[in-house]
Ligand binder design. Structure first.
Ligand code: DAH
Length: 368
């Protein structure tokens, strides 16, 4: 123990004091030389400077207090120097930090390759959907959504597909089971198009309306290279006073140029949809051959891209049941609907619709 390390002094003359202090000084330097971590440093501090058991405390009580009065001064001077030395040794050792060996044991090899975190990217369908939406948002359209599980009323009846109408058969509808006891209009189904959101929008807000509706739709279609039972559409609706077919043409011509490039031309072909009259199919000049004719456009120079038309007065009459301002004598409007997968496939040169849903990173990472 410490008592043994610090012997009692038998003489207090200069030579005896020099020798005694030199011995503890030597001990302090030896102790300090071995310090290579924080624990050892703390042990050194306790051993030398500890309040009760520290060696300096011991020296003070054995040598200083025991000194005859004429020796108090020389012992005191030497004690002061020793204390300063111990404190300096402690300070210096704190600065030197751990030894090389201790450092090597904890070292991190910063040249090793790290764990790379993949940055997410928008799915090509989401990206195309957002692109289409923002073209119309820039024209002042607001963005709306509706439910994917829809009633027969919104999906069909209010869109002017009367019960039993043959146009219903073109939609390959997936219905929810056990709905037979409900009135037809309340029966639930998976919406076959985003058009029912036209009605939901008009029922809740009076004209004028300019809205773009992106969403998922479902059809009982077999999957092939260009068909999937679940796909996406973007619906548009514009209702105001004096909206004409020219407004429809101008709007869609602008949108197609914004989506496919300003060189693209559009043309409108007569078509049929129950909820528009007149109805049209929009074709764009083939973006692959510029209209000269190629395999992609079946040598026609044109590609059919979306359906549109002037909102049928029958649709406005359904809306007027909740919002009388949709009086077909006072207002008019146009609507359009497009398939997002089809547009994305054209924009990115994708030939298999299944690629969108397969979750294959080799495909998806090309869009990051
Ligand atoms: N709902 C139609 C479909 O799924 C697409 C469509 C055609 C929407 C013409 C419209 C429109 O709003 O005016 O085939």
């Amino acid at each position: 123990m410490m008592n043994e390390e610090i012997p009692n002094l038998t003489a207090f003359d200069q030579a005896a004091l020099d020798q005694a202090f030199a011995a503890v000084e030597h001990q302090a330097r030896n102790d300090a030389a071995a310090l290579d971590n924080v624990e050892a440093l703390e042990a050194f501090r306790l051993r030398w400077l500890g309040r009760k058991q520290g060696l300096l405390n011991e020296i003070s009580s054995r040598w200083l207090k025991a000194a005859p009065s004429e020796a108090k001064k020389p012992v005191g001077e030497r004690f002061k120097i020793l204390k300063e030395l111990v404190e300096r040794l402690l300070d210096e050792s704190s600065g030197t930090g751990p030894s090389d060996a201790a450092l090597a044991a904890e070292a991190i090899d910063i040249t090793l390759p790290g764990t790379r975190r993949l940055t997410g990217a928008e799915h090509p369908i989401t990206r195309t959907l957002n692109e289409i939406t923002s073209v119309f948002a820039a024209l002042g359209y607001s963005v709306g959504v509706g439910p994917e599980v829809e009633t027969d009323f919104y999906n069909f009846e209010s869109m002017n597909f009367p019960p039993g109408h043959p146009a219903r058969d073109t939609q390959d509808t997936l219905v929810i089971s056990n709905q037979d006891r409900r009135p037809l209009r309340d029966r639930l189904l998976l919406r076959t198009h985003t058009s029912p959101v036209q009605m939901r929008t008009m029922e809740t807000q009076p004209p004028p309306v300019r809205i773009i509706i992106p969403g998922k739709v479902h059809r009982n279609d077999a999957q092939d290279a260009t068909h999937s039972p679940i796909f996406h559409q973007v619906e548009g609706l514009c209702v105001d006073t004096n909206i004409t077919f020219s407004d429809l043409k101008g709007t869609l011509d602008h949108a197609m140029k914004a989506l496919f490039g300003s060189a693209v031309k559009t043309r409108f072909f007569p078509s049929f949809f129950p909820f528009t009259e007149p109805s049209a199919d929009v074709q764009i000049s083939c973006i692959f051959c510029g209209g000269k004719g190629c395999r992609k456009c079946k040598d026609s120079g044109w590609i059919e891209l979306l359906g549109c038309g002037m909102v049928d007065p029958a649709v406005f009459r359904f809306a007027a049941e909740k919002q009388p301002a949709y009086d077909p004598k006072k207002i008019s409007g146009f609507a359009f609907g497009m398939g997002v997968e089809r547009i994305a496939m054209m924009k990115y040169g994708i030939s298999e619709i299944g690629q969108f849903y397969a979750g294959d990173m080799r495909f998806l990472s090309q869009f990051s």
